[in-house]
Design a protein around this ligand. Structure first.
Ligand code: UTP
Length: 472
């Protein structure tokens, strides 16, 4: 095996340890290892080792000339109501014309939640215990019905969860969607390295590979042929959201319309930060471009700075909801303008020189990830619009505490109660808007304020609001 050209390439790149045990592997395992190694771009790893891992390589974030990014305020916060109405009409027209597809990034490892299985299969709704995937599927289906054009839905998976994700949809009849319009695309992987830049093995016959971050979605869309499929189908706009957030408006006509009317290549939703130290990315401008600066990169004094009226100066928090132009994704994916990688020091299960397994207690290496918001500065005419958390954002990240199944369930209940109250129903609730009863509204009945209001007004007999009510 020593003369295998791939092994030779790794040896010349100073990565011979990847094949340290290859001669002892049975044939199939050996082929598996070689196939994994073939996925690795050694020149890219070398560049990342030099720029992110090597001693003294502090790829510090440049804060020069940073200022808060402007954003479109909601009408109730002083925004231009006419402009919002025009945006909504433009977004609805695009949906009716079949120009929009939904896009969910679901390739993450979900380590904080600690749930065994693809995160999208995690059950979140308060009464029916629907999974995240089911919630999105029903919203996307309902939007297709509303606008008379069924939507394509792209779901980015990882190597680890691809099969289980497909099997889940299959077992559930694709939740009533046309399966020809649901597309699973697998994201790329990156090898983890130790602190001297050596690629780590997970076992004697496998490399420590992990998903390349949600920013890998741009490459994955291109490589999988999704962009070509979109072009053939007349789809030029992608509505991007994360798998962990059931409150999200999967396709929001006003957001899509703002993006299209401005000729934007990439747009984003912001929420005003709840408090100065909130751990979100911040929308900023720099040298005429829109950038997102992570909380960990923005000095605390800037996070806490206020303007004359006492409002936070860096107010606009990122909630990972975007609209993307198809050809912009293609341009970014082809690498003429590439997303940067970020370094994350992690505990990476590996093996020692004798091949014995090691479960490290502290970080023993580096993973490389791309973030989708790093595409913002490359986009022409980006728009940032304000949204209300209550309408769009309550992620399930952690097993307990903030952003947990409990907080997400409560936020769904508050949303259902708010829609009911806005239409004249009496829903008893506590001071935070949390109803005293558990209830659930199926997306097929109403998947946002507008669709709910229409369906509710049409009900000849309004249901009595009892515990466990499920409106469908
Ligand atoms: P998170 O940053 O919450 O990461 O991902 P995670 O891997 O899901 O969870 P932790 O940090 O291990 O607990 C935000 C969104 O980006 C997707 C996730 O599936 C989620 O929808 N994502 C993240 C990917 O699709 N691929 C990745 O490589 C990383």
């Amino acid at each position: 095996m020593a003369q295998d050209p791939l092994i030779e390439k790794f040896r010349r790149a100073g990565q011979a340890q990847v094949f340290a045990f290859v001669d002892a592997l049975p044939g199939e395992a050996r082929q598996g290892l070689i196939a994994e190694a073939a996925e690795i771009d050694l020149a890219e790893v070398d560049r990342l080792n030099r720029t992110l891992v090597a001693a003294g390589a502090t790829a510090g974030v440049n804060l020069e000339g940073l200022a808060p990014a402007p954003y479109e305020k909601r009408p109730e916060h002083g925004g231009d109501a006419g402009a919002w109405a025009r945006a909504k009409a433009a977004g609805e027209a695009a949906l009716r014309a079949g120009r929009v597809a939904a896009f969910t990034v679901a390739g993450g490892q979900g380590t904080r939640l600690g749930y065994d299985g693809p995160k999208g299969t995690f059950r979140v709704t308060p009464v029916r215990q629907k999974s995240l995937f089911q919630v999105f599927a029903e919203k996307i289906r309902a939007a297709g019905v509303r606008y008379g054009r069924p939507l394509h839905w792209f779901i980015m998976t990882s190597h680890a969860n691809h099969g289980a994700t497909e099997a889940f949809f299959d077992a559930n009849g694709f939740f009533g969607l046309d399966r020809a319009r649901v597309h699973f695309i697998r994201q790329g992987r990156m090898p983890a390295v130790d602190f001297s830049g050596k690629i780590l093995l997970e076992t004697k016959g496998s490399i420590a590979l992990s998903p390349d971050g949600h920013g890998g979605s741009l490459r994955a869309l291109e490589r999988s042929g999704a962009l070509d499929l979109m072009r053939r189908e007349g789809v030029d706009t992608l509505s991007y959201f994360q798998v962990d957030n059931p409150l999200v408006r999967c396709v929001d006509p006003a957001f899509i319309g703002w993006h299209l009317l401005r000729g934007a290549e990439m747009s984003a939703k912001m929420v005003p930060k709840a408090y100065a130290e909130e751990r979100v990315g911040h929308f900023c401008t720099q040298a005429g471009r829109t950038v997102v600066i992570e909380y960990s990169d923005l000095p605390m004094a800037m996070q806490r700075a206020t303007d004359g009226s006492g409002r936070l100066r860096y107010l606009a928090g990122s909630i990972a909801i975007h609209v993307l132009d198809r050809e912009f994704v293609r341009r970014m994916a082809r690498g003429e303008q590439a997303l940067p990688f970020h370094r994350a020091d992690k505990r990476i299960p590996t093996i020692d020189a004798a091949g014995a397994s090691v479960k490290p207690e502290k970080a023993n290496g580096v993973k490389f990830e791309m973030f989708v918001f790093d595409a913002m500065p490359f986009a022409e005419n980006p728009v940032v619009i304000e949204t209300l958390r209550a309408d769009d954002f309550s992620p399930v990240k952690n097993a307990d505490g903030v952003d947990s199944p409990k907080t997400c369930r409560d936020d769904q209940l508050r949303q259902f109660a708010r829609w009911l109250r806005a239409n004249g129903a009496m829903v008893a609730a506590d001071a935070t808007g949390l109803p005293h009863l558990a209830l659930e509204i199926a997306p097929s009945f109403g998947y946002d304020e507008d669709s709910f209001a229409e369906a509710w007004q049409q009900l000849a007999a309004k249901p009595s609001l009892t515990d466990g009510l499920y409106l469908s």
